[in-house]
Design a protein around this ligand. Structure first.
Ligand SMILES: Cc1cc2nc3c(=O)[nH]c(=O)nc-3n(C[C@H](O)[C@H](O)[C@H](O)COP(=O)(O)OP(=O)(O)OC[C@H]3O[C@@H](n4cnc5c(N)ncnc54)[C@H](O)[C@@H]3O)c2cc1C
Length: 224
């Protein structure tokens, strides 16, 4: 959602949401001198209470481009030494049915799939963001397109602002999406995903996870 600008005026941008997408957008927009951006997050701080997250090769490439990858240390993520990145197991017996192997892919070793705690990813991105431009404790509740083409955004504390561009990074129940695509509905797909993190010292059969000596954590999906 953007409108045309006169060349002498900065582009005023509001990013809604301080998750990985919002922080990455903030870093990218910071590289543009003509952009005056602010990031609004409804929680009282930029935090990640979630669990594990897979970082895929395309995400590594983007983290490197943004410069945030330098804040991820080797022990912030987990890459199985035997090269697998996904295992399909029988949920009752634990028998390994199939697994994927990243060594068969043409990906540089430092960009290979890995698993990390979300907070590590979040912190790596946050360290690269100008935090004076972040406003926490502000939940977007309304968006109105003005005759001028700008957008008026209103928050739950009645704060209002007008912007040229609105970046919706406010997650699955996005208020921005409701405004941009009012007829779009989200619905249950029929799949349920359980997620957990276990310390790498926990699995007894270390060959399953190749985690010997690793201080990080393994995160796993079990799908039904
Ligand atoms: C079980 C599970 C496992 C997953 N595993 C992976 C994985 O391995 N790899 C992967 O890439 N993705 C995974 N995903 C998807 C993952 O959650 C998303 O890729 C990622 O969190 C999206 O980031 P985001 O910044 O777009 O949204 P979010 O992380 O949801 O962040 C949205 C932010 O916006 C804020 N916000 C929401 N509404 C408002 C509002 N009205 N005003 C202001 N702020 C607001 C929220 O507080 C939040 O901080 C998984 C999802 C689930 C449920």
């Amino acid at each position: 959602m953007a409108q045309s600008l006169s060349p002498e005026r900065n582009l005023k941008v509001a990013i809604i949401g301080g998750g990985p997408a919002g922080l990455a957008a903030a870093i990218a927009l910071s590289k543009r001198p003509f952009v005056d951006w602010k990031l609004y997050e409804k929680k009282p701080e930029i935090s990640e209470i979630g669990n594990g997250i897979s970082i895929q090769p395309n995400t590594w490439r983007m983290l490197e481009k943004l410069g945030a990858s330098r804040h991820l240390r080797n022990d912030d993520f987990f890459r199985p030494l035997d090269g697998h990145f996904l295992q399909h197991r029988n949920g009752r017996t634990g028998t390994l049915e199939a697994q994927t192997d990243y060594r068969k892919q043409n990906t540089p070793p430092h960009q290979r799939h890995c698993r990390a705690h979300r907070a590590k990813l979040q912190q790596a991105l946050l360290r690269h963001v100008n935090q004076s431009r972040i406003r926490v404790g502000r939940k977007l509740v309304d968006v109105v397109q003005l005759d001028s083409g700008r957008l008026r955004i209103r928050f739950d504390d009645s704060f209002e602002d007008e912007v040229d561009l609105l970046v919706g990074a406010d997650g699955i129940r996005s208020v921005v999406r409701q405004f941009a695509f009012p007829s779009h509905n989200i619905g249950y797909t029929g799949s349920t995903c359980y997620r957990t993190l276990v310390r790498t010292s926990v699995p007894k059969r270390s060959t399953d996870y190749s985690c010997d000596g690793h201080q990080g954590q393994v995160s796993s999906h079990i799908q039904e």
